[in-house]
Design a protein around this ligand. Sequence first.
Ligand SMILES: *[C@@H]1O[C@H](CO)[C@@H](O)[C@H](O)[C@H]1NC(C)=O
Ligand SMILES: *[C@@H]1O[C@H](CO)[C@@H](O)[C@H](O)[C@H]1NC(C)=O
Ligand SMILES: *[C@@H]1O[C@H](CO)[C@@H](O)[C@H](O)[C@H]1NC(C)=O
Ligand SMILES: *[C@@H]1O[C@H](CO)[C@@H](O)[C@H](O)[C@H]1NC(C)=O
Length: 665
Amino acid sequence: MVRRALLGIIWMIYCVCTSFQQETSFVFNGFDQGDHRIHLQGSARILPKKDVLQLTNATTTQMGRAFFEQPIDFKPSEPVSFSTHFVCALVHVAEAGGHGMAFFVSHSTDFKGAQPTRYFGLFNPNGSASTRVLAVELDITKTIDVLDINDNHVGVDVNSPKSMVSASASYFSVKEGRKIDMKLLSGDPIQVWVDYEGTTLNVSLAPLGDQKPSRPLLSSTSINLSEIVQGRRIFVGFSGSTGSSVVNQYVLGWSFSKSMASLQKIDISKLPKVPHPSNKNKYKSLMYDVLLGLLALFVLGILVGAYMYRRNLYAEVREEWENVYGPLRYSYKSLYKATKGFSRNEFLGRGGFGEVYKGTLPRSIELREVAVKKVAHDGEQGMKQFVAEIVCMKSLKHRSLVPLLGYCRRKHELLLVSEYMPNGSLDGYLFNHDKPTLPWWRRFAILKDIALALSYLHTEADQVVIHRDIKASNVLLDAEFNGRLGDFGMSRLYERGADPTTTAAVGTVGYMAPEITTFGPSTGTDVYAFGVFLLEVTCGRRPVEPGLPAAKRFLIKWVCECWRGPSLLDAIDPRLTDFSSGEVERVLKVGLLCANLVPDARPSMEQVVQYLNGNLALPEFWPDSPGIGALTPTAFSQLPSLSLSSSSANNSMFITHSILDGSGR
Ligand SMILES: *[C@@H]1O[C@H](CO)[C@@H](O)[C@H](O)[C@H]1NC(C)=O
Ligand SMILES: *[C@@H]1O[C@H](CO)[C@@H](O)[C@H](O)[C@H]1NC(C)=O
Ligand SMILES: *[C@@H]1O[C@H](CO)[C@@H](O)[C@H](O)[C@H]1NC(C)=O
Ligand SMILES: *[C@@H]1O[C@H](CO)[C@@H](O)[C@H](O)[C@H]1NC(C)=O
């Protein structure tokens, strides 16, 4: 029993020993990441999925070693010899080459003091044999201090990067019967055979698919391996290093044996492909580049679009001559923002020639509420003069004028900025029955305000200013319901001595003095319009109401009829209850006096102010006095020569023979 047990144990030990011995011959057709037989040091790794052993990653000054985990032991009876065959590849990373790689046989796995770059991660600069190692280098750099022959050679190194023997990379082709040069750094797989027996070490190269050449590339006959490694135990593996430039060093397959006879064949068909990160990456990076480029273009497009949109949104027209008016100029952007992009919520109404929006200018400009009027215009012609006039108007200062603050010009658009009048325009209170009507005392005060404003324009301003468009819708009410004359967009400067006939007829039908179409606007035509305005405010109706019977249709005529008839007071706005009949009569009579058909018979605005204040007695006149209550029989017959448009805001008609396009000049 004891003998059988002993025999069993001996047999088991034998089995274990032989199994160890069998491991001295191995083959790798590609490398498996989980295979623990390969020991990795430094930057060496087995690429997942690719099954390739990579010695250094593509970073500078790296060392990577991979060796068979178990040492190869030689029994005293055995000769120290080996035979190996491996397939490797050196692949470009960048244009510049790097350092190559080496197959090594070493005394131990401890490579303390080994250096990268030309030392292959095996040797150290002192040349001293800190590690006892034999290496077969595939060198792609010509390093002068280690006496390299060129930058594409194979060498046999013993304890030093200085090769004992070396030869330019080439192989003897059996097929062609001649030596063929090889490029180590081609990226193509290279087969390498290293055979050692006795004191002879042979090294052969061949491209993948070729047979082992019949003649070795290198043969060194004075190598005593057991002397080099100082013993009968060796470690075998591969080492690679990088310096300032890098290459990818790959091992695809490896077969090793103690003797040439027992060397197993590498199955070429099972070998992994050489990873070509450069090529793949080139393609990939090209794809990335293209995608990135497209993305960048897209983003750029959006940005440019947004910029153009903004630029277009805020585009202005600004000319040299306007520099003088710098302080008056508002940027379109600030007006756009002030009116919340000309939002409908800020819409105040439609006045002569344009829409009016409420705006709030930011503190940085001047914190205040403004009214912004957008006036459409076509030509640039006459713009200079127009802007000059606006600037002059800025100098007009009267408490009953709506102050004009400035302007802005865009293509086809002019923006006029004036002070915001919180209570809107007077016509709203006269004709809009939703709003509370204004009592007589307030109406009378407003009439006097406007009379003062007009008198100021006609006499006290530096130049005579003709408003040209006096009517209830152009009278605005401030917070205290004071009347303020507005809409200077319509008014024009009347320069003394200028030929009045050259100026275009502008105004509102019903308020236009009959001579305006022949002689053009004058202070007299303003007085006429003011007269109609007096009647309008007192009677609470528009100067012309086409819907009414002929007798009542024209306000001036009808007021005269009332005067002739039972009482002048019959003409008064029926909504007025509490009024002084003396004041009302006076206002109506001043209205008729102003609206006299004969220009010379009209009073001046200064006189009108005095009449209204009761400081001056009215002249004696009757409904049948010349020119009183007379309508303008020519007004409509002459109109077709001018373009007409009806305003949506009220029933009166605007003659949009624009002063802005200057065609009437
Ligand atoms: C390369 O290997 C070195 C050493 O193992 C490591 O420190 C480094 O992070 C690696 N670089 C890359 C890019 O993988
Ligand atoms: C080179 O040798 C010197 C002394 O001989 C030693 O101090 C130094 O550490 C060695 N260098 C390396 C890299 O081994
Ligand atoms: C080395 O090559 C020479 C010349 O071809 C040959 O005679 C010798 O047997 C080879 N030795 C080994 C170990 O392969
Ligand atoms: C090799 O070296 C060892 C130890 O120095 C020695 O015993 C052996 O004889 C040498 N072999 C040859 C072939 O010279």
